[in-house]
Design a protein around this ligand. Structure first.
Ligand code: ATP
Length: 337
């Protein structure tokens, strides 16, 4: 039985183009979980700079994610919202944990392979050690539950391995918890609208590949209409989606937006074509996203308010992480001030 009391930690990178996948796979789950657990939601700007960012835009992008958290329904008085770079424990613990993580473990990370592209020698060292920083983010708070999209599953497994190795090698039984990934429901892997086989991503150069949280109703309708599909009717059973990734994706998005299962969507649309599903899907996306993007805009115009939330969050986050970091340093045998 673990001694750790439950705590949620998760984050989103301020890399612009916040999209429907981020909302369904992550932010909407944060909103639900904040009622069940003490929760910390971070804007992971140290992660963002593992690929080049324009310093003139980064602050605004950080505020954009904070605005999205609040606009989606996270209560900053109850949960902690802050920017990763404002709490030094993340970077410090990442160094300590990078001395636990093995190169062989990192070599298996598929996200590095995808993001580094063909010439891996040119990727930043930070992109390579990204998952160690993610382990530090979670373990700096001894977080026990981590709501993320499916793309982060492998990184979470690595965080568990790093925690276990630290506890074992340092003779510090159960010092760090084994953080549990929370990955459930049809919105955990939203795929690109252009190609149902790649994940919807902020860094995809094609804007038509994703629905952005800030898209207006016409843009959403246009993107859904253009989304890749086929000429067949939708099946009535889920197995019929197996060889049809684009259909599976659109049905999954519809299900996640309406809070039902794919099977429920197929019982409504089975036997009908995309001509029936797509307009309803566009309507649903607008209905869900319009109030969020409107509130995001309002919040982004009130920079002082957003910065107040982020600075208050940083203080509260630091108050939790600093003693855990101090104890970690003592376990390591460092002199502690
Ligand atoms: P980037 O393209 O800059 O790497 P991203 O779109 O992958 O960004 P992140 O900031 O890395 O987004 O992820 C934030 C959260 O959103 C994570 O929990 C991640 O699992 C989730 N997420 C990202 N993309 C998707 C997706 N397509 N479907 C479901 N969840 C997603």
């Amino acid at each position: 039985m673990s001694k750790h009391s439950p705590r949620v930690f998760s984050g989103v990178q301020p890399t612009g183009n916040l999209h429907l996948g981020n909302y369904l796979g992550a932010i909407s789950k944060f909103v639900t979980m904040q009622h069940d657990y003490p929760s910390i939601f971070c804007v992971v700007d140290l992660h963002a700079v593992t690929v080049p960012q324009d310093p003139k835009l980064l602050k605004e992008q950080t505020r954009e994610i904070a605005a999205a958290y609040v606009a989606a329904g996270i209560d900053p008085a109850k949960s902690i919202i802050f920017a990763q770079s404002t709490v030094s424990a993340h970077a410090e613990l990442a160094w300590i944990l990078s001395c636990q993580a093995r190169i062989g473990w990192l070599n298996r990370m598929t996200q590095f392979k995808d993001k580094a592209g063909k010439d891996k020698e040119k990727a930043s060292v930070g992109l390579y050690t990204y998952p160690v920083l993610m382990a530090a983010d979670i373990l700096a708070y001894k977080a026990t539950h981590v709501p993320v999209g499916e793309d982060q599953k492998q990184h979470l497994e690595l965080a568990r391995d790093i925690a276990a190795k630290f506890n074992n090698d340092m003779n510090a039984e159960d010092f760090f918890p084994q953080p549990e990934p929370l990955i459930q429901g049809p919105g955990t892997r939203v795929m690109s609208l252009k190609d149902g086989t790649a994940k919807m991503s902020k860094s995809d150069p094609s804007d038509l590949s994703r629905i952005n949280l800030t898209d207006d109703a016409d843009t959403i309708a246009k993107k859904v209409k253009k989304a890749k599909s086929d000429a067949d009717v939708l099946p009535s059973e889920e197995e019929g989606l197996e060889a049809r990734p684009e259909a599976r994706n659109l049905v999954g998005i519809y299900a996640a937006l309406s809070g039902v299962s794919r099977a429920d969507v197929l019982s409504e649309f089975g036997g009908q074509g995309f001509g029936a599903l797509k307009p309803r899907l566009a309507e649903l996306a607008v209905e869900k996203l319009a109030p969020i993007s409107e509130e995001m805009r309002r919040l982004q115009n009130d920079r002082a308010h957003l910065d107040g939330i982020l600075m208050d969050g940083a203080e509260r986050a630091d108050a939790i992480a600093a003693p855990i970091l101090r104890e970690t340093k003592e376990i390591m045998g460092f002199l502690v001030r």
